[in-house]
Design a protein around this ligand. Sequence first.
Ligand code: GAL
Length: 671
Amino acid sequence: MTHQAIPGPASVWNNIEGISFGGDYNPEQWPVSVRLEDLELMQEAGVNFLSVGIFSWALLEPAEGQYDFGWLDDVMDNLHGIGVKVALAAATAAPPAWLVRKHPEILPVRADGTTLGPGSRRHYTPSSAVYRKYAAGITRVLAERYKDHPALALWHVDNELGCHVSEFYGEEDAAAFRLWLERRYGTIGALNAAWGTAFWSQHYGSFDEILPPGVAPSTLNPGQQLDFQRFNSWALMDYYRGLVAVLREVTPAVPCTTNLMASSATKSMDYFSWAKDLDVIANDHYLVAADPERHIELAFSADLTRGIAGGDPWILMEHSTSAVNWQPRNQPKMPGEMLRNSLAHVARGADAVMFFQWRQSFAGSEKFHSAMVPHGGRDTRVWREVVDLGAALQLLAPVRGSRVESRAAIVFDYEAWWASEIDSKPSIDVRYLDLLRAFHRSLFLRGVSVDMVHPSASLDGYDLVLVCTLYSVADEAAANIAAAASGGATVLVSYFSGITDEKDHVRLGGYPGAFRELLGVRVEEFHPLLAGSQLKLSDGSVSSIWSEHVHLDGAEAIQAFTGYPLEGVPSLTRRAVGTGAAWYLATFPDRDGIESLVDRLLEESGVSPVAGADAGVELTRRRSADGGSFLFAINHTRAAATVRASGTDMLSGERFTGTVEAGSVAVIAED
Ligand code: GAL
């Protein structure tokens, strides 16, 4: 099960052109006449890249060892005929009925012991040896068949690993968990020490005694929960690696990826740890229609994806042209919203714009999910917008390969997210993403670009570094953050950061253990607020959720709590460190408070917006190695807006006038 590094294949970007455009293509749902019409429509829209066969195993191998490739051969040939490149799926995301019948042990089991049955999709556990064997089997057969096909540009391995089910509690999972623990800790003594099993008689005599953290009378061991989370993320990735090993053997030159779901809604997979195994990062993103700030959540997700990609261009593998089918009320996208969404992803580093799916299904549970070709066909708003988007993306070809420029970073860590939200914490109102997203929102609204960076990744080149609720942190990561401050950056660390190490052991001697020295503060006790209550701070601003008893130990107080019992206790501090500074924020400011804090941090760090513009315009700049500078200005308002920039609007081909019309987008190739 260990990962053998296999020499990397060619970059996918060698195989596809311009800003790629397309989506999931499920021709198996349609008769040949429709598939032929698809080819015409794809050309009309400028489609050049499709993911094919994601859920087609049951049709490709209708009975064990009996294959039907005729339809896929035709599809591949026909797509090649119109110049479309294919991200061919390994078809393993939904096991066929014959396999489930023969091997029901592949099915996933929930914490309460319920086995999840077939009839939907993703009904397998990644640790099932049988499933891995069969999945590798169909993958090999597909690879052998299409290895020399000229349309094949990328392997699309499985689909959204961890979607629907991301924790696995079956017997085989338990055995794999034990093995994983044994490899991690070596001895049962080391595991006992790491999990703190002296507590509540949880001591283990051997690895055989360990179970996944299932349903129990009270709170479970946090070390066990954290490791189970790590294990599940690893198990999904290990399953992926098993399939990639097959693909590398047969098609060493063809890159592989799987579509991630990086967003504010996906917590279970540590995508930063997955990134090195993906030849290109691909992400799926869906708006929550009921969120009035859904475009800001989109920006957050895209920035996170770019962070996972280490700043390299990535593939937007799926988004929707309009409504989805899985929210309680599936409002369509507003006119122009799809173009804004698509170009917002490009603005934030995507070099491919794809959708779920090409043609809207007429049957199945996703039949009311929008697609590029709607039920209504060509005479629809959605189709016209799809064609316009295809044309726009062709004009943006020179943007490809350029990189987003940011001088601000937000530290992002899935492990801290997991650890901070395991039960029995000082307050259930401390949610990992809340403060982080409040800062991201403020920077978004100002047109300040920000990168999401893993705590142990290089922070060189960032003048502003925000560290929000980084509850657990390794020594090296804490040192990395401290080095950014001494090297000249303005670093802000928030409450509930640096509290524990990777084992979730509290760093003793006062909070925030790992950052105490850097920040020059010592916290003796937490004072989380009761539900709905607020605090007044010394400068008149308001905060909520959190307060604490902070002592200065080298830092200066910038702002203080008021009122009993923390009157005069610092709520915001600053310490000069090397050529930079370390700020500590001991509460959750309201929106005005965040704004005035961000003002100060930007002023001190010298980080400025990408350009000047009216409120409501999203701004990002991508720069290419040859000096090209592309300013994306996305007007999310319903009035024309001014943007101060000069150059050519690539979408109109004309000199940029300084105005971006209501709801529209300008991409300015700057002078
Ligand atoms: C994704 C999935 C697609 C489709 C889509 C609908 O999670 O990968 O197959 O189901 O959602 O929004």
